[in-house]
Design a protein around this ligand. Structure first.
Ligand code: SAM
Length: 245
């Protein structure tokens, strides 16, 4: 069975190991590159995600594909000592960087770190109040399996928030964005992280990811209710939200 890794057609197993290579390779420079590439705006997108999640004191939150822990940190502050945040990621290098960063910042006490694949979440059913996946779904091979797994571990009344690159909503923005991502991004990756290939994959994987309405329908198809989305920065990024009832 084949799928795609960026614009390349690859076997499904191949994709898993290629995605693993990308994130082992970028882990150490990941945060710096995020700030550079998005001009810091990713921080606002993540804050918006928390505010749209309706998360409250005492909640249980899963931050899947949590990587270096930005969303986990925001959630940890909100749920407080009676709540719990699980940062789960498939990649040991990303988890290691995330763990070290959160400890350095004193964001501790209510966080667990788990190495897990979004397609087969190792948690009890009906467990979490809120699940977030930020810039992660794009890298998952079987997206519907992952969405179904998230639905299973959500409590009835719980919410999934998917923050992901999406389709810019204006023609002119599309043009600027194309030039930026195919010409500048790989160069920045080369200069800062000595790794242009990973950033080439980033640009390609964004183009291959389902657009706003397609992703919303995928969420409905696996059983999410009241699915809606917000376009952020002109649709460069979209935040999808769905409920389990
Ligand atoms: N959520 C963080 C953020 O917003 O900064 C990190 C996003 S990073 C672009 C994508 C993360 O998804 C990586 O840490 C990668 O290891 C993880 N990932 C990729 N495939 C995954 C999978 N199948 N299950 C869980 N995590 C996965």
């Amino acid at each position: 069975a084949t799928t795609h890794f960026g614009f390349r057609q690859v076997d499904k197993e191949q994709k898993v190991s290629m995605v693993a290579d990308v994130f082992h390779s970028v882990a150490d420079k990941y945060d710096v590159m995020n700030d550079l590439m998005s001009f810091g705006v990713h921080r606002a997108w993540k804050l918006f995600t928390r505010e749209c999640s309706g998360v409250k004191v005492g909640d249980r939150v899963l931050d899947i594909a949590g990587g270096t822990g930005d969303i986990t940190a925001l959630m940890s502050k909100r749920v407080g000592p009676t709540g719990q945040v699980v940062l789960a990621d498939i990649n040991a290098s990303m988890l290691k960087v995330g763990k070290a960063k959160l400890r350095d910042r004193g964001v501790v006490g209510n966080i667990d770190f788990v190495q897990a694949n979004a397609e087969a979440l190792p948690f009890p059913s009906n467990y979490f109040d809120v699940i977030t996946i930020a810039f992660g779904l794009r890298n998952v091979t079987e997206k519907s399996n992952a969405l179904a797994s998230m639905l299973r571990v959500l409590k009835p009344g719980g919410r999934l928030l998917v923050l992901e690159f999406s389709k810019p909503q204006y023609g002119w923005l599309n043009k600027v964005y194309d030039t930026y991502s195919f010409k500048l991004l790989p160069k920045m990756g080369e200069l800062v992280a000595n790794d242009s290939e990973s950033y080439q994959y980033l640009a390609e994987s964004i183009r291959m990811h389902p657009d706003q309405d397609t992703l919303a329908q995928m969420m409905r198809d696996v059983g999410f209710d009241e699915v809606s989305y917000f376009n952020l920065s002109g649709g460069i990024v979209a935040l999808h939200r769905g409920y389990k009832f």
